[in-house]
Structures are given as structure tokens and as C-alpha cells.
Design a protein around this ligand. Structure first.
Ligand SMILES: [Zn+2]
Length: 223
């Protein structure tokens, strides 16, 4: 598995059917249909975008970091990575990537991890786990699909644009980002998927360069 498999996209943002900006610290949930292409743009650079994917027709089938890593024989996600579900089926494929490396080991921040890792008084800071749950709740109210989804549906996630190098002895480190302003990752949906995002608000480690920033989210109908 090649890391830093850089590839640009030919898609024109003016032709996108969805083009939204998600502020730092906010959640987002939306269905992307099979065949559509979904792009996340790191607008200002070094922003971690915590993301989960589900089969929109069966929300019990969800992204599996373990299956994805095993099948591609590598721990970083980049162009060509097939994002697999726990059933071993492709949810999406990364078809373009100008950052070149994305993490799926570091997990999402939470009120609890903020306390344990940083300080007791960090409990009340915004965190990805709560953003995921708020976005799921809003999605469920609007469309019905999210009904019944809760903490138990939050599997180990992807951190787009986040740099978590693994040391030779197997250690994980949250390093300063490898992304930069305007870099993006683009995914083709292989089935109807529910996309769940927390645009990470973390201020206690360098995953966002201590400055959480907005991202741009685009969807194209292709073909
Ligand atoms: Zn976070």
C-alpha cells in the first residue's frame, strides 16, 4: 500500500449539487447516494475531520477500521483505499486525495478523553463524540433514518487530514498536520451511505494546529 498517493480531481465545484461550509466544532449528517462523489476540503489547513459512514439502507452496517486496514494491508487511508463495512463490503472508495494521508487509529475526542488526557476542567469543552450525537439526533428528526441511533452506533472513526504517525515500536503520536489550506479528499459512494461528521473542535493537541477551522463539503452527481 502506497502512502501519500496524491491524486487530483477533475470535478468542478460549480457543478456540485451540494456545496456547504461546516464551521469548526459543528456536526453534519447527510445521505450520499450510490455513485455520487463526496469531497471534503480542508479550507484553512491542518483541520481534523472526524467521520463515520453507514449503509443508509441498513444502519447496523457501518465503517470498520479493522476490516479496512486488514484488506489494504496498511494503516493510512489515501487514494485507492476502499472503506469497508464490518460485513466486508465497500461503502466508499477514495478516488482523489491532495493531502495524501488520513488516520483511522486515533479515534474521536470526547468529554471523558479530554479529562483523562488533559485536565479535569476540560470536561466541558466541545468534543467530537457530542457533535456526532447532536448531528445524529438532528438527522433522525428530519428524515427518520437516524431514529434509534445513539452512542452504540459510534464505531472507531476516520480522521480525515489528521496525522497520527505510528512509530517503529508501534506507538501512536498526534503530530502536527500534513494537510494545508485547500487540500481535499474525494470519495465515491459504492452504496447509499449516511455520512456523519464532527469537524473537530479539539484545542488540547496539535490535530487542528490548536486552531479549529471550517471545512467545505461538496457532492456531485456523476455519470
Ligand atoms: Zn475531536
Amino acid at each position: 500500500m502506497t502512502t501519500f498517493a496524491l491524486k487530483e480531481s477533475a470535478l468542478d465545484p460549480r457543478a456540485a449539487v451540494v456545496d456547504e461550509t461546516l464551521p469548526a466544532g459543528r456536526g453534519w449528517a447527510r445521505e450520499v447516494r450510490a455513485g455520487q462523489v463526496f469531497r471534503i476540503v480542508d479550507l484553512e489547513g491542518n483541520q481534523a475531520v472526524d467521520t463515520l459512514f453507514y449503509n443508509a439502507r441498513d444502519l447496523n452496517e457501518r465503517y470498520s477500521a479493522a476490516d479496512t486496514i486488514r484488506e489494504q494491508g496498511g494503516i493510512y487511508l489515501t487514494t485507492g483505499t476502499s472503506l469497508l463495512s464490518g460485513e466486508g463490503r465497500a461503502l466508499l472508495t477514495i478516488v482523489a486525495d491532495t493531502c495524501g494521508r488520513h488516520d483511522t487509529l486515533g479515534g474521536a475526542c470526547s468529554a471523558e478523553s479530554n479529562q483523562v488526557r488533559y485536565a479535569l476542567d476540560k470536561k466541558f469543552m466541545h468534543n467530537c463524540r457530542d457533535s456526532f450525537l447532536l448531528a445524529l439526533a438532528a438527522f433522525g428528526q428530519g428524515l427518520g433514518h437516524g431514529q434509534g441511533m445513539n452512542k452504540r452506533d459510534l464505531a472507531p472513526n476516520i480522521n480525515f487530514f489528521m496525522n497520527v504517525p505510528v512509530t517503529p515500536d508501534g506507538g501512536l503520536s498526534f503530530a502536527d498536520g500534513v494537510s494545508a489550506s485547500g487540500r481535499y479528499v474525494e470519495l465515491r459512494a459504492e452504496m447509499d451511505v449516511l455520512v456523519l461528521i464532527s469537524n473537530c473542535p479539539q484545542l488540547n493537541n496539535p490535530c487542528n494546529a490548536y486552531n479549529p477551522t471550517p471545512v467545505r463539503l461538496l457532492i456531485w452527481d456523476v455519470g
